[in-house]
Design a protein around this ligand. Structure first.
Ligand code: GLU
Length: 295
């Protein structure tokens, strides 16, 4: 039997916009963490939400990764090609009564921080319904390699969450868990905006008997108004001619210390330096980092 690689990681962009500096930092962290130990690194396109997809963003993201010197293993997996696998699991969860159809409209739920469980035991028809997963009345905890111990009570802090939307599209929580397992991910390295999504993913892994990967959440870069970089203002694609200086800047955001002369190197040379010197222990142990304060 082929041996499972000791380390498989990934970068999983959503094509709702171009690659911006914040996503470059996440891509770089996952790449270096994998390559520093000779691990596998994959790219997965999280194209679950066609209405929110920016035309041309998929190609532009891959093109930027290439011009910035990243090399990934194997073909890019697209979540739009995985609907059958998601449907099978949703069907199974419904059959086991671990999930249920929900007919509540957005308006009905207005002002409720947590889903009040209206449809939980109503045994409604699946037609024209969202599908919600029942959450257990307990806490899920894990130790993040950078952020440390994190715990969340799914019943009290999250509530039953949607795994398939009313319009038929699958939810990120479901797809990410199935795909990370399908692709044999041992390590998830991503932005800290997803830290509080992780307990939902741990629950799904437990429910479906899937292995739990290690987690490393890098600080989220924020704009002066406190918003996540790139979310609020549509960022243009990262400039190709700035690849080396921006990679150096991303390295510094991750607490690494490239010499200033590295900015004159090629993107591949910057990445090679990053692999040789990678020390995840130097990543700032904070959930956010103001972009303006970066050198
Ligand atoms: N697709 C998600 C994003 O672009 C990342 C998902 C993940 O890394 O788990 O924010």
């Amino acid at each position: 039997m082929p041996q499972r690689p000791a380390y498989t990681g990934r970068f999983a962009p959503t094509p709702s916009g171009y690659l911006h500096f914040g996503s470059l930092v996440a891509a770089l962290a996952s790449y270096l963490d994998a390559r520093a130990v000779g691990g596998v690194w994959r790219v997965r396109m999280e194209d679950l939400d066609p209405p929110r997809e920016v035309p041309g963003a998929q190609d532009a993201i891959l093109h930027t990764l290439e011009t910035y010197g990243f090399e990934w293993d194997g073909p890019v997996l697209r979540q739009s090609d995985r609907h059958e696998a998601y449907a099978e699991v949703v069907g199974r969860l419904l059959a086991q009564d671990l999930a249920y159809p929900c007919h509540c409209s957005r308006k009905q739920l207005e002002g409720q921080a947590i889903y009040p469980g209206t449809c939980r035991d109503a045994h409604l028809d699946r037609h024209d319904a969202a599908i919600r997963l029942r959450v257990p009345d307990r806490e899920y905890a894990f130790v993040d390699r950078v952020q440390g111990a994190f715990r969340q009570h799914l019943g009290r802090e999250v509530g039953d969450f949607i795994i398939q939307r009313r319009d038929g599209f699958y939810a990120y929580q479901l797809a990410v868990v199935l795909d990370d397992a399908f692709q044999g991910m041992t390590d998830i390295v991503r932005g800290a905006d997803l830290l509080d999504n992780t307990p939902r993913q741990l629950y799904l892994q437990e429910l479906l008997g899937l292995p739990q990967p290690r987690y490393l959440h890098v600080p989220l870069l924020t704009q002066p108004d406190g918003h996540k970089l790139g979310k609020r203002y549509r960022s243009p694609p990262l400039p190709a001619e700035q690849a080396a200086p921006l990679l150096c800047r991303a390295l510094r955001a991750l607490g690494q210390a490239p010499e200033p002369t590295l900015e004159q190197a090629t993107p591949r040379e910057v990445l090679a330096w990053g692999i040789a010197h990678w020390d995840a222990g130097r990543i700032p142990r904070q959930a956010t980092l103001a972009e303006a304060q970066l050198r």
